[in-house]
Design a protein. Structure first.
Length: 153
């Protein structure tokens, strides 16, 4: 869901930096990345959203299961389409290793994280993907917006 790109802080208005995690189906990697980012980021300074160019109908069950193992419930998360509006509210686009199918948004800074698709993989493989995303998200917050890191150690 798009978020307002500003936040009220007393009488001053400060920009909230929005990170858009995107892949094709928005049912695995990008969902995990956005949820982890929002776990560590200070919501008054930074926020993550996720979307896909061809969104699935639901988050992959194996992704829901491995995220539950670390206390994050994605059961009610809904894949959403990457729209111009979402892109306009974002500061950085992080694509999740979807190759030629990855979205391109003109004018938006893009990072690409080459990661395998968790769909249909064993729980152990999905855990490894989750853990890799977890470390990359913490590093992204530390390097991009250290002042919005709530607990990135």
């Amino acid at each position: 869901m798009p978020h307002d790109s500003t936040a009220q802080s007393g009488s001053a208005t400060s920009a909230i930096k929005t990170y858009l995690f995107a892949c094709v189906h928005n049912a695995g990697r990008s969902q995990m990345a956005a949820a982890l980012f929002n776990l560590y980021g200070d919501p008054t300074k930074c926020h993550a959203i996720s979307a896909g160019t061809q969104p699935a109908t639901h988050v992959h069950p194996e992704v829901i299961q491995v995220m539950r193992e670390i206390g994050i419930d994605l059961a009610s998360a809904k894949p959403q389409r990457l729209t111009d509006r979402l892109a306009e509210t974002s500061s950085v686009l992080i694509t999740m290793g979807c190759g030629e199918s990855c979205p391109y948004v003109p004018g938006l800074r893009r990072l690409d994280w080459e990661l395998p698709d968790p769909k249909g993989q064993s729980l152990q493989s999905v855990r490894e993907i989750r853990d890799t995303i977890h470390e990359r998200v913490k590093e992204l917050i530390r390097t991009e917006c250290a002042d919005c890191c709530v607990n990135c150690r």
